[in-house]
Design a protein around this ligand. Structure first.
Ligand SMILES: [Zn+2]
Length: 376
């Protein structure tokens, strides 16, 4: 036998190599061994027929909350992996004071690949009724730098939420501290927007290439659109300069209206993510494929949607060679999706609804060469 596992008969969508075509995918051990038009079944120890399904690199959820037992964290292995996501990035629930616990009890034991942003706050997101900056002395730049240095294998950035209920009337004070920590530690600045006292053009000067702006399609005050519904010039400028925009939805941050207007103007999110938490995870259909469905319905192409859910976030987190691709030698993380046709009514987070006629559903997930979710 040449291969351990063969996914036969599917349509591969791998934007990292401009591939969207019928292909078989063969896996040996924990790596992609071959992607070709016809791979004989006799060459594989196990064959899974995925005819009629889409085969993509394992989905990467670049913003979710999986610090289980702390605040609103859900469970990566059940709430993400079993819904088609093979890699997650915890979006800043752990503060510098709780990061060691996150590492030992979540990141290390999880089967899912787990990365994280560390909150600029020492406390982190423990109780959403209270700001993580209830006291300004929860900002500790030195602790943030140390936390990044000690956990560089899994920490991809320093997280700051600039909404008024979190940082009050002076987001710049916090942006300055987070910028300073990110620069000193040599990591990304990751900023959650919406409901801030400062507009996006006012906060963008704190960003550098590779930094991430999260919730870019928020319907709350101070999003990426100006008063006339146009994408701010400063947003275009930052995007061209290499700032990454993540449309992370969650339960509060996704307006169909804003998303549609942005996409119509040619502004596409670099990254699609869920912002899944314990409350949103209660709906078994809250997952990366749902986020992809929304963006497809709002004007992105299938290849663009897959790109923003695989290779783009993989490049942003930049920890595992060839992650987010199905190139030979890449990690054998594969998501198989059904593209169902019908009529479904989907809500956004602003009280609007839309009817979609196509939706992605997770069918089979392969992580590090092992099948973790069987086909429907
Ligand atoms: Zn979040």
């Amino acid at each position: 036998m040449s291969y351990d596992l063969l996914l036969r008969g599917g349509t591969v969508i791998d934007p990292s190599q401009g591939l969207h075509a019928p292909r078989d995918v063969a896996i040996s051990g924990d790596a992609i061994a071959a992607v070709a038009e016809q791979i004989p079944e006799s060459q594989a120890a196990r064959v899974v027929n995925v005819t009629g399904k889409l085969v993509t690199p394992g989905l990467i959820d670049a913003h979710c909350h999986v610090f289980y037992g702390v605040g609103i964290g859900c469970i990566a292995d059940t709430d993400c992996l079993l819904r088609g996501t093979t890699t997650v990035v915890e979006g800043g629930a752990p503060g510098t004071g709780s990061f060691a616990g996150f590492r030992k009890y979540v990141a290390e034991p999880s089967r899912t690949r787990v990365f994280a942003e560390v909150n600029l706050s020492t406390v982190g997101m423990v109780d959403l009724k209270w700001s993580e900056f209830a006291a300004f002395n929860h900002v500790d730049v030195d602790a943030a730098i140390r936390c990044v240095e000690e956990n560089r294998d899994i920490v991809i950035g320093i997280k700051l939420r600039v909404s008024a209920p979190i940082v009050g009337g002076n987001p710049f004070l916090y942006l300055k501290a987070a910028r300073q920590a990110a620069d000193a530690a040599g990591t990304k600045l990751v900023v959650h927007i919406g409901e801030s006292v400062a507009s996006v053009p006012e906060i963008l000067p704190y960003f550098k290439a590779g930094d991430m702006l999260v919730h870019c399609f928020t319907g709350r005050r101070h999003g990426i659109l100006d008063g006339k519904g146009h994408v701010h010039d400063a947003v275009w400028g930052a995007h061209e300069a290499g700032v990454l925009f993540d449309s992370s939805s969650g339960g509060n941050h996704f307006s169909f209206d804003v998303t549609r207007k942005a996409i119509e103007q040619g502004f596409l999110p670099d990254i699609i993510s869920t912002d899944i938490t314990m409350p949103t995870a209660k709906d078994p259909r809250f997952h990366m494929p749902l986020m992809m469905t929304r963006h497809l319905a709002l004007g992105m192409t299938m290849d663009q949607v897959v790109q923003a859910s695989t290779v783009n976030p993989a490049r942003a987190l930049d920890r595992v060679p060839k992650l987010g691709t199905l190139q030979v030698g890449a990690p054998a993380d594969v998501t198989v999706l059904d593209l169902e046709e019908g009529e479904w009514l989907l809500p956004d987070t602003e009280g609007q609804e839309m009817t979609v006629t196509r939706r992605f559903e997770p069918a089979l997930t392969v992580l590090k060469g092992s099948v973790v979710r069987e086909p429907n």
